[in-house]
Write a protein of this length. Sequence first.
Length: 307
Amino acid sequence: MLNFTKRTAAAKRERVSLYAELFRNLFTDGTHKHEMLKLVQHDKSNVIASEPGRAWQSRSGFCGLLRRFTPRNDNRVFAFTLAEVLITLVIIGVIAALTIPNLLQKYQEEALKTAYKKTYNVLNNAYKMVIAENGPLECNYYRKDNKTYSSTTDCQTFYSKFFNILKVAKHCKNNALQNGCLPEGGYKNAESVEKENGMSDEYISNRYAGCPALTGMTFTNGDSNLEAVILADGQIIIYKSYWLHMFVDTNGKKGPNKWGYDIFEFDIGSLKIKSEPVISYGWTSCVLVEKGGKTPQEMYNSAILNK
């Protein structure tokens, strides 16, 4: 049987108070060491015995309390071995190599989607303001009897009013590349993009036969008639005053400056006759996509429709 020293509640409170006072004095002048020794001797009876010749100090007595505040004389040092550290670093490196590229790709994709969505909203809000102030303008594509028609009578008027609404920081009315409205080196034209995609000259000629904006214009060496504006937030709009479409770099000169990533075609048009014209994704055949990029419709579905 275990034998415990019985104390009244009052006696216990008195002893705890005395212990606290002795500890305070111990850390100040040390004048009560002999009193502490007496208490230790007195607490010898306050132990838990389990078998003859063996005893453990009581956790509730002074010996137990003093033991908690007394460091053990143990010089052993516990540490990882070099092999364990190296194995851990190798594991961390492998996990990082597998996950970081995917995380960076996801981040870039989300950033490009956000930039596209912002561009889409900015262009359409400005377009609606032009129509609200001036009424319908004859500058748009439209569909009739399953055929595509266009009207360009008021395009110069439209662009003039359109850019008055947008916050334009710089306007290059010609030689956009040389005058600093395009990124250094410009953008690839249709021939360069399609050849990198493995397409033949015949394919390029047939597909872009009705797209003089992409085949007859050089974005890299400059085009004397190429016009562009840089908006206050850095977006770049490439256009000509008689075009029904624009090419927009959604994040400006930041990069990657690639078709299907941050530069897309936007068209002024309506898919049905008499429906309200809007600035939509490039739905004509005159679209460029560099390897790994998205078509204007794919980016529209992803960024605007969340598909």
